[in-house]
Design a protein around this ligand. Structure first.
Ligand code: ZN
Length: 233
């Protein structure tokens, strides 16, 4: 593991390696929970690979926290215990942070976690495809957050067969004319603000619509992305 990743990990945490996927976790977390999370992550990656290519040499580390404070200290950010965050990703390696199912009981839900992990894998794929380094707090060369989130949501929904959500949001985009402040759609939890949930639906619909219109099956859609960014800058 590189020093870029290790700076986000508490030194007291232990490591469990599953082939290319390394889990770092508090020693107080039950081993079964880590095995369970690994299985779900592995399933999510499998779903992704059925549809898109993903380099098998890519190194993914996952840090499972059992304390919101520890995680906040590690990434120097406010977090809720429902959060999944990628503090670092480049073209070779990535780190994902999540919370133990004991701390956040929602993380006991297999479908939810596979869905969430898929969303994060889509973020990693975007970093790889666009050739940029994703690092918390550094927006240089990155896509705007609203676009990055909509792309991850679009592709993870398609892979996980949740096309209803995408179709609904496209309909919503088509029939509504919402004045947008898209840069403010996401707060520091990196999740949509509740009051802006309709704007988020609108943005997801718009990005999905553009991706479909251009018949883009992978992330290589520079023209579409530039068009979308121009709309809001
Ligand atoms: Zn996201």
């Amino acid at each position: 593991m590189s020093s870029k990743l290790s700076k986000y990990l508490p030194c007291s945490y232990v490591k469990k390696q599953f082939e290319k996927i390394a889990f770092f976790h508090s020693k107080w977390i039950n081993a079964n929970e880590i095995d369970k999370l690994h299985l779900w992550f592995f399933k999510a990656l499998g779903y992704f690979k059925k549809v898109y290519s993903f380099n098998d040499d890519y190194e993914i580390s996952i840090c499972v926290f059992d304390s919101v404070n520890d995680a906040q200290e590690a990434i120097n950010r406010r977090l809720s215990e429902t959060a999944l965050v990628i503090p670092y990703a480049d073209e070779q390696e990535a780190l994902i942070i999540c919370f133990s199912p004991a701390l956040n009981t929602k993380n006991n839900d297999q479908n939810r976690m596979i869905r969430q992990f898929l969303h994060e894998i889509c973020h990693i794929a975007t970093s790889i495809e666009k050739g940029y380094t994703r690092e918390l707090g550094n927006k240089e060369n990155c896509l705007p957050t609203w676009l990055d989130e909509a792309i991850a949501e679009y592709y993870s929904s398609i892979v996980f067969d949740n096309t209803n959500k995408i179709n609904d949001s496209i309909e919503y985009y088509k029939i509504n004319d919402i004045p947008l402040d898209v840069d403010n759609l996401f707060d520091s939890y990196l999740t949509p603000k509740i009051k802006d949930i309709n704007e988020y639906k609108y943005v997801l619909g718009m990005v999905s619509y553009y991706i479909r219109q251009n018949n883009v099956s992978v992330w290589k859609f520079e023209k579409t992305i530039n068009e979308l960014i121009r709309k809001f800058t």
